[in-house]
Design a protein around this ligand. Structure first.
Ligand code: AMP
Length: 193
């Protein structure tokens, strides 16, 4: 199984690139943000709880997120004949990173690669403001974007060191056309599969 973590700040292009990658490599897509937004849209208790964090740009508590991830992973694997999974938006903290490795280990699997999309902050903000105008996402406003970027720099970037030590981190330039960036990510995946 090919288990790829697509890693990067909000607005770095994880969702866009995941859409292309799942088609090319026949992967299932797990976007924890999409899972939470679907819960919110259905009006579930989990959705309401998640929104109280998401609307402020904060992270949902690790324990809850780790349980959700494991159950979504098992559902996706059962549902299809995919060749692996792309993790988009998970892990976002050191405990989540450790939990992901443990969850995969229990299923006799491992992380194949962590692809980090590196994009300068000014470009991230511009992309997110534009996305907010196009989609109406309520966390794509300037104040919440700033909070999300702070969370990313403080809580999520320490994961890079963890994956670097494990020899799993591949950092690529996340600036250019979608096709150019897709080409860079594909080269990494081709080298680990
Ligand atoms: P995203 O769509 O990946 O940008 O996620 C949107 C929001 O969902 C984040 O700002 C968090 O509030 C929440 N979220 C998504 N994934 C996670 C995660 N792995 N851990 C905690 N919160 C998350």
């Amino acid at each position: 199984m090919l288990n790829i973590v697509i890693f990067g700040a909000p607005g770095s292009g994880k969702g866009t690139q995941s859409e292309n990658l799942i088609k090319k490599y026949n992967l299932a897509h797990i976007s924890t943000g999409d899972v939470l937004r679907a819960e919110k849209a259905s009006g579930t208790e989990l959705g309401k709880l998640a929104d109280s964090y998401m609307s402020k740009g904060q992270l949902i508590p690790d324990e809850l997120m780790i349980d959700i991830l494991a159950s979504v992973f098992d559902q996706k694997i059962k549902a299809g004949d995919c060749k692996g999974v792309i993790f988009d938006g998970f892990p976002r903290t050191i405990p989540q990173g450790k939990a992901l490795s443990e969850m995969l280990e229990k299923r006799n699997q491992s992380i194949s690669a962590v692809v980090s999309l590196d994009v300068p902050e000014e470009e991230l903000i511009e992309r997110l403001i534009n996305r907010g105008k196009q989609t109406g996402r309520n966390d794509d406003n300037y104040e919440t974007i700033k909070a999300r970027l702070d969370v990313y720099y403080n809580q999520t970037t320490p994961l890079k060191e963890l994956f670097e030590k494990e020899g799993k981190l591949y950092s690529i330039e996340g600036v250019g056309t979608v096709d150019e960036i897709f080409g860079r990510i594909s080269s990494v995946i081709d080298s680990v599969k």
